[in-house]
Design a protein around this ligand. Structure first.
Ligand code: ZN
Length: 107
């Protein structure tokens, strides 16, 4: 992953529940958990924050946290691309590359 870009392919679960996973090695890309930041998508700007949820998917003896931010209107296979705004602190730009549009385009 490039330092100035966060990129993730949306899973079915993320699309259905409206969130985007942020894996541990990408945590440093965003402000710390709970601190608000702005995400701009086209003309609209939203304030969000990273959230953490404790998880036992590796067994009850290996509790750990998963990190995510909430985002709706995603489809499985979409690619979420987030870039830092070079001029404004705590401002990020989000783009969604639609898997479906791409397929249509490639016909
Ligand atoms: Zn887990």
């Amino acid at each position: 992953m490039k330092e100035n870009t966060f990129q993730r392919a949306v899973s079915e679960d993320e699309a259905r529940q409206g969130y985007v996973f942020v894996l541990k090695d990408a945590l440093g890309f965003f402000p710390v958990v709970g601190r608000q930041f702005e995400i701009q998508q086209g003309e609209s700007v939203r304030k969000i924050a990273l959230e953490a949820r404790s998880c036992q998917c590796r067994g009850p003896d290996k509790p750990h946290a998963h990190y995510f931010f909430r985002w709706n209107s995603l489809h499985r296979g979409d690619t979420v691309v987030v870039k830092r705004d070079p001029k404004k602190a705590h401002r990020y730009h989000l783009q969604i590359r639609s898997a479906r549009a791409q397929r249509e385009f490639c016909g």
